[in-house]
Ligand binder design. Structure first.
Ligand code: SAH
Length: 275
């Protein structure tokens, strides 16, 4: 808390905590995030914050849903910003809970800068980003010796024009993780193949990763849209492109083998893999 001299009288200005809540499983909250949520009096949260995490919000806290699903903005980013500024300036601490990590395609940087410009103290708590959480729960390592020496996170969604360098991405020979790519599958596979990526490159969709409803589908780059349509994959979904996807397929076979041989020692995560 600090004194806000811009207000009439001596109002204490609240602080805003930007909490990355991870991709869904409440057990993936950091200790710091869980503590911030547990102590919150006012929570402003997004649609990517899972039901299980919402159920951890204290009964005593005021909860404001400002969910931004694509094409269905309940509040604009500007309205969300103004809301947080108003509360903080009137002396209320704001716990702003976002899916994944606030600084990875989460507009956390914009919110932090804006709040700081208004003289409001901001604390940012990192969260497990979807690329890390979802790929792990799908048994896909983002890097793997002999398969991928690096990994690139990109978004397929842009406010104005998407400026991805497809020729660089197609030839990196690394894992590509695409956020917000579901409505752009045709463009993504066309652009990568046209720029030299092998049409047979393994791909995976992870839908509702790290939740009870996680589904994983794998296939080849050329079939990206087909896999999406055949399985009616819904948002939120992450696309992973690269040889590392074959590790998940190997795990799947190994699990099937151990099931056939009667072992009960199977992996805990639900997996629905196509061939
Ligand atoms: N800040 C978030 C990303 C926000 S962008 C983070 O760090 O994870 C929203 C996109 O993230 C979704 O369209 C989807 O591509 C991906 N995403 C987030 N959570 C997901 C989940 N549980 N399962 C699959 N994809 C997810």
């Amino acid at each position: 808390m600090k004194t806000n001299l811009t207000q009439a009288g001596l109002t204490q200005t609240g602080i805003v905590t930007l909490v990355g809540a991870g991709p869904g499983d409440p057990d993936l909250l950091t200790v710091k995030a869980a503590r911030a949520i547990g102590q919150a009096k006012l929570i402003v949260f997004d649609n990517l914050v899972s039901e299980e995490i919402r159920s951890l919000f204290p009964d005593t806290a005021t909860k404001l849903y400002v969910g931004k699903a694509k094409g269905n903005h309940s509040l604009t980013q500007d309205e969300i910003n103004q809301l947080m500024i108003r509360y903080a300036q009137s002396g209320v601490d704001v716990c702003r809970v976002k899916g994944g990590d606030a600084f990875v395609f989460g507009r956390g940087g914009e919110e932090m800068l804006l709040l700081a410009k208004k003289g409001i103290s901001v604390e940012v708590i990192p969260g497990i980003t979807a690329a890390s959480g979802c790929s792990t729960y799908a048994n896909i390592p983002l890097t793997h010796r002999g398969l991928a020496q690096g990994c690139t996170f990109i978004t397929a969604h842009a406010d104005k024009e998407l400026t991805a360098n497809w020729s660089a991405l197609a030839t990196l020979n690394q894992t590509l993780v695409i956020y917000m790519g579901l409505s752009k599958t045709e463009m993504i596979s066309d652009a990568l193949i046209a720029n030299g990526m092998d049409a047979n490159t393994p791909v995976a969709f992870i839908e509702n990763g790290c939740t009870q409803n996680q589904r994983v589908f794998t296939g080849r780059l050329a079939e990206l849209t087909l896999i999406k349509e055949q399985n009616q994959i819904q948002s939120p979904a992450l696309i992973v492109i690269g040889e590392v996807v074959t590790v998940a397929n190997q795990m799947h076979w190994l699990e099937q083998l151990s099931e056939r041989s009667g072992s009960t020692d199977t992996a805990p995560q639900q997996m629905k893999l196509t061939a």
